[in-house]
Ligand binder design. Structure first.
Ligand SMILES: [Zn+2]
Ligand SMILES: [Zn+2]
Length: 350
């Protein structure tokens, strides 16, 4: 089978590999679509950065350069012992694999599993014609949901997880800072909120898409004054501020924009240490929360339900690229920032 294998920064190769075989409780998925996100682009430009395969996934037969791809849908082409019920079904997969037995898993917080590993990062993923997946990570795609739509389920599940963790109540003013990749899925997850949803970004095109996704107001900011224009719109602060930009200083600004007694939800990643005014957090009794990845059992079915009711592909997908063009037409334009929306990669079978 054809697979996109990451060897070193910028060196993603299309290689012929043997089609993998599912072990017990695993299935072989014939990949229909695999979406790319910022993590893939970072791996492409700077990786491989994630753990070598075998440390986390002792069953996988392969050690060495990894097949990327962790946001995927397809149909089950073969099954291992114990996974027979999945044969032939259309499935969406979560990206992270959890053990089900550690204290976090037992509390339903499988995204924080002690033995968590990620398909397409710490084991071979779905930028290939086929991928082997533990059956526990799969959810069936509802009949009314096309594969192209279901391919957005994993990133939407990440957005829904962040929204669910924010404790938003009816009537709350919600500010979303950063309407890009993650932010757009958070906005989609905020659909139906009974209250103001204010999207903030430095890019007018992203704000236009934010309005289409359901933001009630948008604020265009300039990096020289990222706070002022938002303050003009939410004068006494917002009950919930979701920080999804990951820009230096944005976490503090999100706290500043949060109303007394409100919640700041941190989703964007800033690698460098950031100074925060914690006296302000205490004196105004701000709750600072965070959100990472998604919980397969809770967030993935809800994402698929939402995508069945409200197809988002036309709003969010920029292009569909065949697997054999994945470097030129997907990773290179993503790395240079010349693609705005989501890119789906479609392997050709046979
Ligand atoms: Zn991703
Ligand atoms: Zn666990």
């Amino acid at each position: 089978m054809l697979a996109a294998v990451l060897h070193s920064p910028g060196d993603l190769r299309l290689e012929e590999r043997p089609t993998p075989e599912p072990g017990p409780d695993e299935v072989l998925v014939a990949v229909a679509y695999n979406g790319l996100c910022g993590t893939d682009v970072t791996e492409f430009t700077k990786g491989p950065m994630m753990l070598p395969l075998q440390q986390r996934h002792p069953g996988s037969g392969h050690v060495g350069p990894t097949v990327l791809g962790h946001e995927f849908v397809g149909s089950v082409a073969a099954v291992g012992r114990g996974a027979e019920a999945w044969l032939g079904r259309r499935v969406a997969s979560g990206a992270g694999v959890s053990c089900g037995a550690c204290p976090r898993c037992r509390r339903g917080r499988t995204n924080l599993c002690d033995r968590y590993w990620t398909l397409g990062l710490s084991a071979d993923g779905a930028l290939a014609e086929f991928v082997v997946v533990p059956a526990g990570t799969l959810r069936p795609i509802p009949d009314g949901c096309r594969d192209e739509e279901a391919a957005l389920a994993q990133p939407l599940a990440v957005g829904l997880h962040a929204v669910a963790g924010s404790g938003i109540e009816a009537g709350d003013t919600v500010v979303l800072v950063g309407a890009g990749a993650i932010g757009s899925f958070i906005l989609a997850g905020l659909a139906g909120h009974d209250g103001r949803v204010v999207a903030v970004d430095i890019d007018e095109a992203r704000l236009a898409s934010a309005r289409a996704l359901g933001a009630t107001e948008t604020v265009l900011i300039h990096p020289d004054d990222p706070l002022g224009p938002v303050r003009d719109v939410v004068r006494s602060g917002a009950e919930v501020v979701i920080e999804a930009s990951g820009v230096t200083g944005a976490a503090q600004r999100a706290i500043t924009l949060t109303a007394r007694g409100g919640t700041t939800m941190l989703v964007g990643l800033t690698r460098a240490p950031q100074p925060l005014d914690l006296a302000d957090v205490v004196l105004r009794e701000i709750t600072v929360r965070s959100s990472v990845a998604h919980v397969c059992d809770a967030d993935l079915p809800r994402a698929l339900e939402l995508l069945t009711a409200r197809p988002l592909g036309s709003l969010l997908v920029d292009r569909v690229v065949p697997l054999d063009r994945v470097v030129e037409d997907a990773f290179e334009p993503l790395a240079t920032g010349t693609v705005g929306g989501k890119v789906l990669v479609a392997p050709r079978h046979g």
